[in-house]
Write a protein that binds this ligand. Structure first.
Ligand SMILES: [Zn+2]
Ligand SMILES: [Zn+2]
Length: 398
């Protein structure tokens, strides 16, 4: 596998889209803002060439703050919005950001979640965003990782999930959390690891893969919840600075003493948005300078220690998973993994979903409405896939 080839695929793809090359800052540095959004996550990446990626949008109550910060920092629409997973403390401000600031692309794990807020968000994505991306490996090279070039050598590599190569994790403490998008942002010798609300199962699955996890700055998983950030995972990441995005006096007891202790044992300098306010990390490719809104002018300088250029150390294999989940590769779709509605009761035709041209809804393949219409059809292999573009129809309730 050629290392240069992976990013090239997407760099090419993104470079051909209008506006992508817009330069927003002249300085050759990469900046990540970890916004102070209370109990939730929202981080903005500004690449050396001015490309912008918002990773999560905080809880609903911080949407005005998020909009303000985005208006301060971003000119024109965001280049990419990533929702790590469909929980409210990560998606609450995204719809508003899409409507007010705008975005060219949206990516989420594609893990279906039966909440009103997530469905509403998908509708807004359908109305406001030009391109919906999935964290799929290149079908021609399924042992690769999806890498998105951000200009001047900066790149974002998605480590998890990798459906359909690796099915979603199931039967974990929280399946939406476990299937959070985990992504590594690299720039020169420095790297940032974004973990969403990843669970120990995610970490264990990732650790079995040929991946270089070394990162200068770690966005600590799940607001410092005690199950995540296992010692084994932290030892692989070797973070020098760790950012915990967390609300003051939250009801969850985040961040937990256990995680703070494990970070201390790893000698990571901890920043917390509840105590430090917004945390801003700037990389020149060699050193990351981390400063916090409420810590005055003192910033922490940490040297990057990422030695290899590639995040993948070799072909990425499927992780071994719990015995309860079949490992067969019968269906190339994500159907059984994204669908939470009694899939066993479905007939063959009901496993498919169809929408009619010009319509905003989708139907079960067996729906009578479809039989009455001669319009052009789009077929979806799974409900999750259909949900990404359309709403369920009122007649057949797919
Ligand atoms: Zn969360
Ligand atoms: Zn969550």
């Amino acid at each position: 596998m050629s290392l240069a080839r992976l990013p090239a695929l997407l760099v090419l793809l993104l470079a051909t889209l209008p506006g992508w090359a817009l330069a927003q800052s002249g300085s050759q540095s990469l900046t990540v803002h970890f916004f102070d959004v209370g109990q939730g996550d929202a981080a903005l990446v500004i690449s050396p060439t001015g490309k912008t990626v918002l990773i999560d949008g905080g809880p609903p109550e911080s949407r005005a703050h998020l909009e303000r910060r985005l208006r301060d920092l971003v000119q024109g629409p965001l280049d990419l919005v990533i929702l790590t997973h469909p929980h409210l403390d990560h998606l609450g401000g995204i719809s508003n950001a899409l409507r007010t600031v705008g975005a060219r692309r949206f990516m989420d794990p594609g893990f279906d979640h039966p909440s009103e807020a997530y469905r509403d968000l998908l509708n807004v994505v359908g109305d406001e965003v030009g391109q919906v991306m999935k964290p799929l490996p290149d079908p021609n090279d399924p042992s690769s990782l999806l890498t998105i070039g951000l200009g001047d050598g900066a790149a974002l590599t998605v480590l998890w999930p990798r459906v359909p190569e690796d099915p979603f994790l199931k039967g974990t403490r929280s399946d939406p959390n476990s299937n959070s998008i985990v992504a590594k942002l690299t720039y020169g010798k420095t790297a940032f690891l974004f973990t969403g609300d990843a669970e120990p199962d995610t970490e264990a699955t990732l650790l079995r893969k040929n991946i270089d996890f070394t990162s200068t700055v770690l966005k600590v998983a799940h607001h410092g919840g005690r199950h995540s950030s296992t010692a084994a995972f932290l030892a692989a990441v070797k973070p020098q600075a760790a950012v915990i995005s967390v609300g003051a006096k939250n009801d969850y007891g985040h961040p937990t003493a256990q995680v703070l202790e494990r970070l201390r044992a790893q000698k990571a300098q901890v920043f917390r948005t509840d105590l430090d306010g917004e945390v801003v990390a700037t990389s020149d490719g060699n050193v990351v300078s981390v400063r916090a809104e409420r810590r005055g002018s003192n910033s922490l300088l940490v040297a990057g220690e990422v030695t290899s250029d590639a995040v993948a150390r070799g072909p990425i294999t499927r992780g071994t998973r719990k015995a309860s989940t079949p490992r067969g590769r019968s269906a190339p779709s994500v159907s059984s993994d994204t669908d939470t509605r009694a899939p066993t009761q479905r007939g063959a035709s009901e496993g498919r979903y169809i929408s009619l041209k010009g319509s905003k809804v989708f139907h079960k393949a067996s729906c009578k409405t479809l039989k009455r219409s001669k319009s052009e059809r789009t077929e979806y292999a799974s409900r999750g896939e259909a949900m990404r573009e359309r709403r369920p129809a009122e007649d057949c309730h797919p």
